[in-house]
Design a protein. Structure first.
Length: 244
């Protein structure tokens, strides 16, 4: 990202953001609510167009890509939104299969959702086993707990076989122990395949203890970009201070 700014009407969501994330890096975005973390993730995924500056993926400006090229780039990114983005009435198998829409095309994904091949079922079951819910393969998604739905969303992202995983507050609604387990699961999924992982978090202690790089935002600007060992308590105090 080079000098990226994003405005929604009169509101500046991001201002002059410069950020480089290398292949295989694991980064935590921290900062108060409204700091711009979600907008930054959506920029990285090509879901939002910068008002100023540019976003490069593999050296290519996303704004200069055709619709087809942009879909191809986005298919290489597993995105986990805050609300998980699942279809409640579908079975877990179908929700995970739908994650490959960008790679398989509409007809291919419809086939996987309606009448999946045995090999597809086996692949998805393996991913679900990896996230600890292999026994929920044929369960309706709306019958799962919030934590289980969260794991379905993670499985869907992993099943895309992406180069990049972006997760927007993936542990905001779970207890601390489960939050740590979930983040370790995401980190393992990234590191085992040299995937890039960028996660927005509200829990600073989890971010400090698990991620090798912290990027802090406030008021749409990057306030610091450092290793956890280089961040002081005062840095966090200033980051979360209530404006007077």
């Amino acid at each position: 990202m080079e000098e990226c700014g994003v405005r929604f009407g009169p509101v500046a969501a991001l201002r002059g953001v410069d950020l480089t994330v290398s292949a295989g890096e694991c980064v935590a975005l921290v900062g108060p609510s409204g700091a711009g973390k979600t907008t930054l993730l959506r920029l990285l995924n090509g879901m939002v167009t910068p008002t100023s500056g540019r976003v490069l993926r593999h050296g290519r400006d996303l704004a200069g890509l055709s619709a087809r090229e942009l879909r191809r780039e986005r298919s290489r990114t597993g995105f986990i939104p805050q609300d998980f983005g699942l279809v409640p009435e579908l079975r877990v198998l179908q929700n995970v299969a739908a994650g490959r829409a960008g790679r398989r095309g509409t007809l291919g994904v419809l086939r996987d959702v309606v009448l999946p091949a045995a090999a597809t079922v086996d692949e998805i079951h393996t991913v679900l086993e990896r996230v600890g819910i292999g026994d929920k393969l044929y369960e309706r998604t709306d019958r799962l707990s919030g934590g289980q739905q969260q794991r379905v969303a993670i499985a869907r992202a992993i099943n895309q076989d992406p180069d990049v995983i972006l997760a927007d507050e993936p542990v905001a609604s779970v207890d601390p122990a489960r939050a740590r387990d979930t983040l370790e699961l995401l980190l393992d999924a990234a590191r085992s395949q040299n995937r890039t992982l960028v996660v927005s978090l509200h829990d600073v202690e989890l971010a400090r203890s698990l991620f090798p790089r912290l990027v802090a935002l406030r008021d749409g600007e990057i306030r610091f970009d450092r290793r956890p060992s280089d961040v002081t308590p005062q840095d966090f105090t200033d980051l979360y201070a209530i404006a007077g």
